[in-house]
Design a protein around this ligand. Structure first.
Ligand code: ADP
Length: 511
């Protein structure tokens, strides 16, 4: 098991103390025990074992994070079985290579610690094996000894690596051990026990055939490890691609969902368009039919001489004509607002003039309207036509949605640079839950085809847009069965006029 720590971790005195605490006893042990075995050490096979460990360690493996399955482990365990403990430890110390040592990426003490802990765990494995079994002894005892040795070596090694990480990161050893083993807590242990059995085969081959058989045995093992890691890297890449694909699929699903919603909205718009055409046609047909009817009646010879009747019919025709005109003008204004082509023509405007003009157009129903405007109301600098359209639509509704004999009121006052006027009726009122929607285009509280009131659902949306165009806002206060009050607030001087000077004659400012 190698230690591939995060290089950004900083060594401090604690980690150095741990490194020295592990390395020094190992070195002292080797220094004390090895001189007596110097002839054994110089045997070619010992060097070959150390060389095999070094070569295996130096062959790069594709990293995949966490612990590395080390192939040097079975060779070292083979050495622990074949050689006496001090010699096996020396092989581990000399042979354990870390490629980073050659690139000078690890400090000397850390390199010594890495080698020291490998030597210590090999030593522990070797001591245990030689206590329990004999390299050439019976197979059951031999296997038992190998497994015990593998377990001891693995545990000591894992503990040393974890302790070092724990000191570096200032966390508990147990936590590091858990993190190191991740989602597969026993997988590594089993893998190392399996590698330990490989070590036993290496040892037996070596004892019966010599080192050449170890080399032949190791070759396929190295290749197998290489393939394992390649597969592993491939599997990781596939998993990553799968994750990306799943992400893209989720995004596509989201887009599809949006698309569905857009299609639904378009369908709804289309339905509304159809409905709108039907409603508008109906609204247009009524006055046109009336106009034709009056015209035809007037043509009849009996009417030509009756001046009073003729006058009355002409008046009715005029009213129907006005109504038709209002509807067409509303439609035109909506279309201009939609295409952002609504002109703004700012000039001097007297509010009472606007009221009079609108009431005249609404006659004779306008007789129900009481006007309360103070005499000293200031002259406005705003768009007269748009303001008239606002008042006209509000009054039209007030008269329409209240009984024919009930009064309606227009009141106005000016303060702090604003004109506030309200149009009040004592009619059917608006249910509170409908109030937020009545300013929407084409929205009508009563949407049934048997509606009692004429209209296409454009008036209030126009009022809202036009008032905004004049730089103000509109609010409604209504009680069902008692009536409604629409309050409009617009600036005395349209915001488009820069300096607050006396308003000149007629100022045109097209939008
Ligand atoms: P419509 O052409 O239907 O009058 P509007 O946009 O002018 O369309 O008004 C939208 C809806 O708000 C109307 O259908 C009506 O239900 C409601 N409404 C508007 N003004 C009044 C009012 N003064 N009293 C009661 N209900 C009103």
């Amino acid at each position: 098991m190698d230690e591939r720590g995060d290089e950004r971790e900083r060594e401090d005195w604690r980690s150095r103390a741990l490194q020295v605490g592990v390395t020094l006893p190992v070195l002292v042990y080797l220094a004390v025990t090895l001189p007596a075995r110097s002839d054994e050490l110089l045997r070619g096979d010992v060097l070959l074992f150390a060389l095999a460990v070094a070569i295996v360690d130096l062959i790069p493996v594709p990293g995949w994070g966490g612990l590395q399955l080390s192939l040097s482990f079975p060779i070292l365990l083979g050495a622990a079985i074949v050689f006496p403990p001090p010699v096996a430890a020396a092989i581990a110390f000399v042979g354990s290579m870390d490629p980073r040592e050659f690139r000078r990426e690890v400090p000397l003490l850390r390199a010594l610690f890495n080698r020291g802990q490998m030597a210590a765990s090999t030593l522990a494995g070797s001591l245990l094996f030689h206590q329990l079994a004999d390299a050439r002894g019976s197979v059951p005892r031999f296997v038992l000894g190998v497994l015990a040795a593998a377990l001891a070596a693995y545990s000591l090694n894992a503990l040393a690596v974890a302790a070092h990480h724990a000191v570096l990161r200032r966390v508990g050893v147990w936590r590091v051990l858990r993190a190191m083993h991740g989602a597969a807590p026993y997988e590594f242990l089993m893998a190392y026990l399996g590698l330990g059995l490989f070590g036993s085969v290496i040892a037996r081959f070596y004892l019966s055939e010599g080192f050449w058989s170890v080399a032949v045995f190791l070759g396929p093992l190295v290749v197998a490890r290489e393939m394992y890691f390649r597969n592993r890297a491939l599997a990781d890449r596939l998993a990553e691609q799968n994750r990306l694909l799943a992400e893209q699929a989720a995004r596509l699903e989201e887009l599809l969902e949006k698309e569905h919603r857009a299609v639904d909205e378009l369908r709804e718009l289309n339905r509304m368009k159809g409905e709108f055409v039907a409603v508008v046609s109906h609204e247009l047909r009524t006055p046109v039919t009336a106009l034709l009817g009056y015209a035809k009646t007037l043509r009849q010879p009996g009417f030509a001489d009756d001046a009073t009747l003729r006058e009355e019919f002409l008046e009715r025709m005029e009213r129907q004509g006005e109504r038709l005109l209002r509807l067409v003008e509303n439609l035109l204004t909506v279309s201009r607002i939609e295409s952002r082509e609504l002109p703004l023509s700012i000039g001097r405007v007297l509010f009472e003039d606007v009221v009079r003009e609108v009431l005249e157009a609404l006659a004779p129903e306008a007789g129900r309207v009481t006007v309360r405007i103070p005499d000293e109301l200031p002259v406005l600098a705003t768009d007269r036509q748009l303001l008239a359209r606002v008042l006209q639509n509000l009054l039209d509704n007030a008269l329409k949605y209240s009984p024919e004999d009930s009064p309606c009121e227009v009141e106005a006052r000016a303060e702090d640079g604003w004109l506030t006027f309200c149009v009040r009726d004592h009619g059917i009122g608006i249910p509170p839950e409908e109030v937020p929607r009545i300013f929407d285009r084409f929205y009508q509280v009563d949407q049934s085809s048997t509606r009692a009131f004429r209209g296409v659902g454009l008036g209030l949306s126009l009022v809202r847009d036009l008032v905004q165009h004049l730089g103000g806002g509109v609010e409604v206060d209504s009680v069902v069965g008692q009536g409604s009050c629409f309050t409009v607030r617009i600036p005395l001087r349209h915001p488009r006029l820069a300096a607050p000077v006396a308003v000149p004659g007629d100022v045109a400012a097209d939008a």
